[in-house]
Write a protein that binds this ligand. Sequence first.
Ligand SMILES: Cc1ncc(COP(=O)(O)O)c(C=O)c1O
Length: 376
Amino acid sequence: MINIPQTDPYANYLSHKDQIDNAILRVLDSGTYIMGNEVSSFEEEFAKFIGCDFVAGVASGTDAIDLALRSLGIGVGSVVFTVSHTAVATVAAIERTGATPILVDIAPDTYNMDVVCLENAIKAYSDESAAIVPVHLYGHPADMESIMRIADDYGLFVVEDCAQAHGASILNKKVGTWGHLSAFSFYPTKNLGALGDAGAVASNDLHLIEKVRHLQEYGWTKRYISEMPGINSRMDPIQAAVLRIKLTRLDEENKKRNISAEIYNDAFSILNIQLPYVKNDVSHVFHQYVVRVEHRDELREFLYERGISTGIHYPLPVHQQPAYNGRIVIHDHLKHTEAISSNILSLPMYSELSSVDVDMVIREIMRWYDSKLRYF
Ligand SMILES: Cc1ncc(COP(=O)(O)O)c(C=O)c1O
């Protein structure tokens, strides 16, 4: 019986098992179970990996966005521009600061923030203090050159949401180093995933990172002295130890994702499937391999019955989710955002996905198209 999951953090754990188990034992023996050396070593190693000066380990990607924004003074009375086609977490984190999210449309090719829509929205809200949160969705970088130019022109801060794009780059400069700050999630299924929740904020600005460090621990500037209202969002050293090991293999694992994506692309080029678009100057890390197909739900069911799991990222844009519908501010009409949720499909994609399994997915999709040709 075929069993191909859409993503597989357990397989990733197994491929590093001995090293990870030893690292966890090392933490247990250390007697330090919150922050400590393991976390600071991970922070240094991750900063080096993305090419920025400072990283602060926090408890999740949602917290990372929240803390990065708060360190910039974003809160009640601020507006923050982002997209509706993202994980709800992006918008939830913005709202948690007290700021008002304003959602703009995506570009129809990359599914990332449309910079023309962004600029139009900024013009409409020019009076308020603001930030931009671009999301590097699916592992494809957002158009950071344009976004930084717009941010400069209008005096706005930029916090990159890098939760789905560890190791991706534009013109060989990694995502997470373009904005004033950036936020990473290490949720287990991410390209760099922990064995529980974890996240990080990165920046070249020491002052901002120090602010994040105060905010992540009750606003303490020294123990038990809170200079500002903060939260509790600390990274635990077991996760840091796991991430340190996985980080050493991240480039190699991102390459494996790219190889699977190329095989999918070659095979599907003869079908009526819209393939993922990759801009010339970027390196994509295929957190998700997302195609657009007609009769998506039928194909999904067909694959499911044959033991192949797929995903939909996301079935509803944020502004149509029950918690946000009717109250969240959207700028203009989110035409492209709304067009894609009915036909996007995320195929199996993870670093341990074998070529045999990739071939199996291709074979079943071909089989479905063959059967459909008779009816289309
Ligand atoms: C684009 C995006 N932003 C933010 C997050 C939030 O990360 P976390 O689940 O670690 O809070 C996620 C993860 O689900 C995500 O995919």
